[in-house]
Design a binder for this molecule. Structure first.
Ligand code: KG4
Ligand code: ZN
Length: 359
């Protein structure tokens, strides 16, 4: 017989030890732990990045990621408490990323969160990593989170995902997704091909800036589907960019003008597709229209894209929310914040499972 958990399930809803939620994120290559107050104020958001460990391999090595999470998770939890001047009894809820992501990496966070939930007797909330990203633009650097409007769009663009969500009164609906590669993955793979270090997105951005750049030097167009689907597709741009790079001998450290024009053209093509789909989705939305729109995920850190998104909002009279840079790439603050949304229920910790894919 399974022993009854302290506080489960009857007392879970009323369990009120402290006033902080502990967030844990280990879905990919960043171990992150955060402490948030219930109004979304971020007290601490610590991130142990593994980028340097994976860089020699040009991408994330799942086995290394899991081992790094194991090593860093609990020391980070202790440091988060110390930095916040808090104790275990200040935690009244735990939020953990349950998927999607690398299964071994997720299991470290989920098992750690389950253990803490048992030991502290506080409820656990299993969070979809993508929901973490999609609410992140409303988190502030300091103070309470910006109140969420009744209806908004959020475009999650990261290393593993590219999808647009419509969130109405807490109900999350995915409007499109990528049929093949994610936008960040496309940045990373093309950057790797031309010899730029991992992760490729910021490297492409850096090389696409400054001087007199020709953003249309190479032919890279926005793909359209025969069935008029508004899904994203990045495999064609990836193949096209690699072919162009090969034909023109474009390499990191090579002809700087050629490299800059290539990076700018490639980046422009990736973003053109985002706005092509966003426009089409926007024009087909049921009224009343969303009052706010956001970009989120690692690619949302891109300065050119942020400018374009602000301009997009200005043209339509829509408030644009851009995530703070610290909340763009994977972080536990966004996971804890998502756990505070009504779409996420407290779960019996025994039933929380890590899932590499979530439909
Ligand atoms: O959200 P994230 O940390 O991880 C996933 O959940 O996938 O996103 C990482 C992705 C990488 O593909 C990286 O190249 C991309 O975000 N990225 C950028 C920029 N900064 C990070 N892409 C374009 N421009 C940037 N400045
Ligand atoms: Zn992510």
């Amino acid at each position: 017989m399974v022993a009854r958990l302290p506080g489960y399930p009857a007392a879970a809803a009323t369990w009120q030890l402290g006033n902080m939620i502990l967030g844990i994120e280990t879905s990919c290559d960043e171990t992150s732990v955060a402490l948030l107050e219930h109004d979304g104020s971020v007290r601490v958001n610590l991130i142990a990045s593994q980028v340097e460990r994976h860089r020699p391999f040009g991408g994330v090595v799942p086995e290394i990621a899991s081992r790094e999470h194991l090593q860093h998770l609990f020391p980070l939890v202790s440091r988060a408490l110390a930095d916040a001047g808090a104790t275990w009894s200040d935690i009244d809820r735990i939020a953990v990323t349950a998927g999607p992501g690398l299964i071994g990496a997720l299991l470290v966070g989920v098992a750690g969160a389950q253990g803490l939930s048992y030991a502290l007797g506080v409820p656990l909330v299993a969070v979809n990593h993508l929901e973490g990203h999609l609410f992140s633009p409303w988190l502030q650097r300091e103070g309470a989170a910006i109140p969420l409007p009744p209806r908004f769009l959020s475009m999650v663009i990261s290393g593993g995902h590219s999808q647009i969500y419509d969130v109405e009164n807490g109900r999350v609906t995915m409007l499109n997704r990528t049929r093949d590669d994610a936008i960040g993955e496309t940045f990373d793979k093309v950057a790797k091909f031309i010899g730029l270090p991992y992760p490729g997105g910021p490297q492409i951005e850096k090389n696409a800036g400054g001087g007199t750049i020709d953003r249309r030097r190479f032919p890279l167009s926005v793909p359209q589907f025969k069935d008029d689907s508004l899904d994203f597709s990045y495999s064609g741009i990836k193949a096209g960019a690699i072919r162009i790079a090969r034909e023109h001998g474009i390499r990191a450290g090579g002809d700087p003008k050629l490299l800059a024009d290539f990076c700018a053209t490639f980046q422009e093509a990736l973003f053109a597709q985002l706005f092509d789909r966003l426009d089409a989705i926007w024009s087909g939305l049921r009224r009343p229209l969303p009052t706010e729109a956001a970009i989120a995920g690692g690619v949302a850190a891109n300065g050119t894209l942020r400018e374009k998104m602000l301009a997009w909002g200005r043209d339509r009279g829509v408030i644009v929310r851009l995530p703070e840079n610290r909340y763009c790439t994977d972080n536990a603050a966004m996971i804890a914040f998502a756990a505070l949304q009504p779409s996420n229920a407290i779960t019996d910790p025994r039933r929380v499972t890590a899932r590499s894919r979530i439909a």
